[in-house]
Write a protein that binds this ligand. Structure first.
Ligand SMILES: Nc1ncnc2c1ncn2[C@@H]1O[C@H](COP(=O)(O)OP(=O)(O)OP(=O)(O)O)[C@@H](O)[C@H]1O
Ligand SMILES: Nc1nc(=O)c2ncn([C@H]3C[C@H](O)[C@@H](CO)O3)c2[nH]1
Length: 214
């Protein structure tokens, strides 16, 4: 299982599609457009942070189960980042200590109880799409999801900034599986075919390398 990681707007969904097509492998996406809680969360984070998190956890477990069937499955975001996002929200006062404890214990319990045959908990490769804060903002604006726009809510500026910083240290400390960083500032793998080719060649080489280690 190949898992794409990175902050909001980094390019995970785009690269998931490109890589899955390239590998002729199944892609698994986050529930965004059909997610009724997400707009409510952006409108009132204190009220909906915990519910949103439980929603994502539930969807994530279902995706992981489905993705386990194919070793080359490509997943848009990891279960570890859900937790990173929730802890950021908790630190901003959008979840109570009891909600944090409940979420952390539920996640740990669920992962503990999973047998090897149920689903794969740890990716074979984590692909981190790094973007500068400026690029992150440009991507979010270009994509244009209404509830994510700074024009509607200026406090999102600091939320995105803090998230981008936390991601950098999270990735630096990530040791659960092989990992690779793709620079989303340097490579426009969405619009520039030459950049896309470089990124896919880099990923092909890394995938080959980890498969040889098996
Ligand atoms: N490397 C890139 N260069 C230029 N534009 C990009 C790049 N990657 C993504 N984009 C554009 O940025 C926007 C956000 O990309 P995408 O939806 O793939 O991000 P994401 O990481 O999946 O975000 P989220 O965490 O919110 O799901 C899209 O409009 C996409 O076309
Ligand atoms: N609070 C919170 N916790 C999560 O686990 C989580 N996962 C995704 N998201 C938000 C970010 C994008 O707006 C949008 C698409 O990634 O959904 C989350 N928000």
């Amino acid at each position: 299982m190949l898992v794409l990681a990175g902050p909001i707007g980094a390019g995970k969904t785009s690269l998931t599609t490109i890589l899955a097509q390239h590998l002729q492998a199944p892609a698994f996406y986050e529930s965004v457009d059909d997610n009724e809680i997400l707009p409510l969360f952006y409108e009132n984070p204190r009220k909906y942070a915990f519910l949103l998190q439980i929603y994502f956890l539930n969807k994530r477990l279902a995706s992981l189960r489905a993705a386990t069937a194919d070793p080359l499955s490509v997943m848009d975001r990891s279960i570890f980042e859900d937790s990173l996002l929730f802890h950021l929200n908790a630190d901003l006062g959008r979840a109570t200590a009891t909600e944090v404890e409940t979420y952390d214990e539920l996640l740990a319990n669920m992962l503990d109880q999973v047998g090897e045959n149920d689903f794969q908990k740890i990716p074979d490769l984590l692909i981190y799409v790094r973007v500068s804060f400026q690029t992150m903002l440009e991507h979010i604006q270009r994509r244009g999801r209404v509830f994510e726009q700074l024009d509607n809510d200026a406090s999102l500026y600091e939320y995105y900034q803090e998230l981008n910083q936390r991601y950098a240290s999270w990735y630096a400390n990530y040791k659960l599986s092989p990992k690779i960083q793709i620079d989303g500032d340097q490579f426009d793998f969405v619009n520039n075919p030459a950049d896309q080719e470089v990124v896919l060649a880099t990923l092909d080489a890394k995938i080959k390398q980890i498969m040889a280690l098996d």
